[in-house]
Design a protein around this ligand. Structure first.
Ligand code: AMP
Length: 423
């Protein structure tokens, strides 16, 4: 049969890397617990209309990046391209909105977007993120940003570039949109086709176009921060004050709009310098109209999503990834069938007591088994040959000190306790 490969834009995580991922995942669960967020696991696929409605028809994701297919009942299904829409659906479906109630939810899992793969950009990638629903207080915005910044700082990334902006609300944004269209219309013919198309439908998106001509054309646009209504203006000011008080450094980036249609007021992005073109570690924002748009009662909300692959890239490049010790405590080497009969159940018993135990399952020679033990980094090895079988003993070797001693098989558990746990 022809060899098959993992599909374009996907990758396999092999054991050594998987343990690093597990370590970071634990740190993620830990910080969310500390900030009072509860985990939600939603399905990997949803009805397509959830994303069409929840993310917005004019976004890149919905326009061209979704993996959509018909199921056997001819329903349109889409692999989730992001987490917010699903969390909002679950929030509504499970009636989490009570009077005065706030829901602080987080997720961690794979997302799917049919993008052109490159370093830091995949078709299946892992995001972790949070959604805080039920309060429009700027303290919630500040808490989310503090959580994100402190998470990266804890892992040793301390030169974060936190970009912050407010993109207004349905009160003040329409006027800004009009001003923007008026300002940019005369230059439309020089813009990239994408921006030409979006000029009337979603002119804010022109601000984050990567095309250099478009960037020059939008260099002198009126700034949204100058036209915010009183409510948005005071929200933004309070947020900045809270961040200042909490020692969170940021810079106001009036061009930051982000790719989703649902944002209102606060938007932010956290960048790390050494990620190249795909330099965003995470992004988020407030979405006070989204729950209602998805069929729920009007509920304010704010959230963020962060990429795992990009985080791992930064940690590896800066050698910030801690060494994870998964070496076996013990390698047991049987010589011959009689020894195998002793060692096989012994391994199982020791593992039941929590020891990490490796053994040979291929009938290797003693020399090959010792080599394997060495390669695995086992701290102790135990050999049972014909002689040891007869007297119920096992020859133990400490791989660090080279010391050897013969002990009773029955006393092995106690021996491990003394040598490895010091009691
Ligand atoms: P977004 O959901 O587009 O706001 O992205 C939030 C974060 O997810 C980004 O800052 C990236 O770290 C990560 N991300 C988004 N798309 C991809 C992708 N295709 N491959 C890997 N990471 C991604």
């Amino acid at each position: 049969m022809m060899k098959t490969h993992a599909p374009k834009g996907t990758y396999d995580l092999l054991p050594q890397n998987a343990s690093r991922w597990r370590y970071i995942e634990e740190q993620i669960h830990k910080i969310f617990r500390e900030y009072g967020f509860g985990e939600v696991r939603t399905p990997i696929f949803e009805h397509t209309e959830l994303f069409q409605r929840g993310i917005g028809e004019t976004t890149d994701i919905v326009e061209k990046e979704m993996f959509t297919f018909s199921d056997r009942g001819d329903r349109s299904i889409t692999l989730r391209p992001e987490g917010t829409a699903s969390i909002v659906r679950a929030f509504i479906e499970h009636n989490m909105a009570g009077p005065g109630a706030m829901a602080k939810l987080y997720y961690l899992g794979p997302m799917f977007r049919c993008e052109a793969p490159q370093a830091g950009r995949y078709r299946q990638f892992v995001q972790f993120g949070a959604e805080a629903l039920g309060s429009n207080d700027p303290r919630v915005d500040a808490e989310i940003i503090a959580l994100v910044v402190n998470f990266y700082r804890r892992l040793g990334i301390d030169d974060l570039d936190v970009n912050l902006n407010s993109i207004g609300c349905p009160e003040c944004r329409p006027a800004y949109r009009e001003r923007l269209i008026e300002h940019l219309k005369p230059k439309a013919s020089q813009m990239c086709p994408n921006c030409q198309r979006r000029l009337e439908r979603n002119p804010l998106r022109l601000l984050d176009c990567k095309n250099t001509t478009c960037q020059q054309l939008t260099a002198d646009i009126p700034l949204i921060t100058e036209t915010l209504c009183d409510d948005c203006g005071s929200h933004f000011e309070k947020l900045r004050q809270l961040l200042d008080l909490s020692g969170i450094h940021y810079r106001i980036n009036p061009r930051l709009v982000r790719g989703f249609d649902y944002y209102t007021k606060t938007v932010f992005e956290v960048l790390a310098g050494d990620l190249g073109a795909q330099n965003a570690l995470c992004g988020g924002g407030r979405y006070d109209g989204l729950v209602e748009m998805c069929g729920g009662k009007p509920t304010p909300g704010i959230g963020f999503a962060a990429g795992m692959e990009r985080l791992m890239m930064v940690l590896e490049a800066r050698q910030l990834m801690p060494e994870i010790d998964e070496r076996p405590h013990l390698y047991l080497a049987p010589l011959g069938e009689e020894a195998q009969k002793i060692i096989f159940p012994l391994c199982i018993r020791l593992r039941e007591s929590g020891w990490i135990v490796e053994t040979d399952l291929q009938g290797k020679s003693l020399k090959a088994q010792m080599k394997a033990a060495d390669k695995l980094g086992a701290r102790l090895t135990g050999v049972i040959g014909e002689d040891e079988c007869r007297v119920g003993k096992i020859l133990m070797r400490n791989m660090e000190t080279g010391e050897q001693e013969l002990i009773d098989v029955a006393a092995l558990s106690e021996y491990l306790q003394t040598v490895l746990r010091g009691s």
